[in-house]
Design a protein around this ligand. Sequence first.
Ligand SMILES: Cc1cc2nc3c(=O)[nH]c(=O)nc-3n(C[C@H](O)[C@H](O)[C@H](O)COP(=O)(O)OP(=O)(O)OC[C@H]3O[C@@H](n4cnc5c(N)ncnc54)[C@H](O)[C@@H]3O)c2cc1C
Length: 435
Amino acid sequence: MGPEVVPVQCDEVLPGRADVVVAGGGIAGVCTALYLAERGVDVVLCEKGHIACEQSSRNWGWVRQMGRDPRELPLIVESLRLWRNMNSQVDGDTGFRQCGIAYLAETEADLERHEEYLTHAQPFQIGSRRISADEVAALFPTARRAFAGALYTASDGRAEPQQAVPAMARGARAAGAKLFTRCAVRGFETAAGAIHAVVTEKGVIRCDALVVAGGAWSRLLMRRHGVAFPQIKVFSTAFRTQPLPNGPEVSASGAISGAGFAFRKRADGGYTITEGGVAVIPIVPDSFSLMLDFWPVMRAQYGQVRLRLGREFLDELLRAKRWPLDAPGPFEAVRVLDPVPRARTVTTGLANIARVFPEFEGVKVAQSWAGAIDFTPDLVPVISAVGAVPGLHLIAGFSGHGFGIGPGAGYLMADIVMGRPPLVDAQPYCLTRFD
Ligand SMILES: Cc1cc2nc3c(=O)[nH]c(=O)nc-3n(C[C@H](O)[C@H](O)[C@H](O)COP(=O)(O)OP(=O)(O)OC[C@H]3O[C@@H](n4cnc5c(N)ncnc54)[C@H](O)[C@@H]3O)c2cc1C
C-alpha cells in the first residue's frame, strides 16, 4: 500500500462536453488542469484511481534544480518560482519549503563529477556551489565521519507529496476544473483525424483536446491509438520513519543524499528515506522491443538497477493491446499501480544512514512503499502536442524527477494546448525527438 493521500472532493455528474480533457490525476495532469482552468478553459480531469494515487504521492518530495539535465534547467527554474507561490495560488498547503539540498561527496572525484552541471547551471543563477569539508562538518555536526565536501543548493526545496497534489487539485477545482476519480479514460474518438471525443468509463465527453498525463500508463493508452511513446517502468522503494526529534537538517529542514542513502525531513517530524538510486526494472514483453532505445541509459546506470523477472511479465503479456471503448479496459483493471517494496532497500538504507548519522540508530520504520517511475530513453519528459492527431497531447516520462518540475510542466502544457507563447522553449520536450 502506498502512503495515505489527503482525499479530494470531486465532481459527480460527467459533462457531455468540455474544451479539454486531461487523463491522469498526478502532478502533471493536475497542474495542467489548474493552469488551463485559471485561464478560463473548460477542463475536465479524469483519474482512474484517486488523486495522486501513483508516483505523485510516493516520491521523496524533493523539489530540486541541482543536478538537472541542461534541457530541464529553464523549466525547473520556472517550476520553483511556481512552487514558491503555490500555497497562496491554490489557497492550500503543499508543504513546500525552501530548505536547501546537499549531495554529500565521499571523495574529491565525486565532487568533480558535478563540475559539468555547475557550468550548465551558472547562467541560471541557481546558486549551486561546492562546499568544503569544513562547511559540511558545520552543517552536520553530528555526522560520524568526514566528507570531502558537498554540492549544495540553498534555493532548492521540498514539499509533502501526500498533501501537495491534493491541494493543487482543490485549487484547480476552485478555478473551475471538474475532477472525476474512479473514471478511467479508455481512449478517444476522432473526426477528420482530430480529437472529437474522449471515452471514459463514466461516459463520453466531446472535446477539442485530450492531454494524456497517465504517468507509467501513458505508453499503453497512446499505443491503443497507434502513437509510439518509448517508456519503461522502474520500481523504486522508499520508507518513512516515526518522528525523530533532533534529526539532521539543512537550514530549516533539508534533503540530503550520500553514499547508499538519501533522505528528506518530513513535516510530521519523521524522515522519508531510501537506499539512494537503487531501482528494480521488471522484465516485461516491452523490455525486448524497447531494449535498443534504453540500452545507453541502462549502461550508464549499471550498478544502480536490478533486473527482475516476476509476475509483471505475465500480467503485461496477457494485457490487451487494443480493447473496445465500450467495455472495461486495462485501466479499470488496475486502479492503483502498487508495486511491492524491496525489503533490502529498507534495511540497507537504514543501516547506511545510521552509519553516518547516529540519530537514526534503532529508529522505527513506520511504512515502506514502492512506486513505478516512468522513464524515457533520454531521461527527459515529453511535454508535447502529438502531430499525427490534432488535439492530442502528451505530458509524461518524467524519469524520476517530475514532482519538482510538475508545476512548470503543467504550465507549459497549458500554454501548448492553448497555442500561447510557451513558458520556456518546448523543443527539448517534443515527442518527435524519438522518431
Ligand atoms: C519512489 C519515488 C521517488 C521519487 N522522488 C522524486 C523526488 O524526490 N523529486 C521529484 O521531482 N520526483 C520524484 N519522483 C518522480 C515523481 O514522483 C514523478 O515524476 C511524478 O510524480 C510524475 O507525475 P505524473 O503526474 O506524470 O505521474 P503519476 O503521479 O504517476 O500520475 C499519473 C496518474 O494517471 C492515472 N492514469 C493513468 N492512466 C489513466 C487513464 N487511462 N485514465 C485515467 N487515469 C489514468 C494514474 O492512476 C495516475 O494517478 C519519485 C518517484 C518515485 C516513485
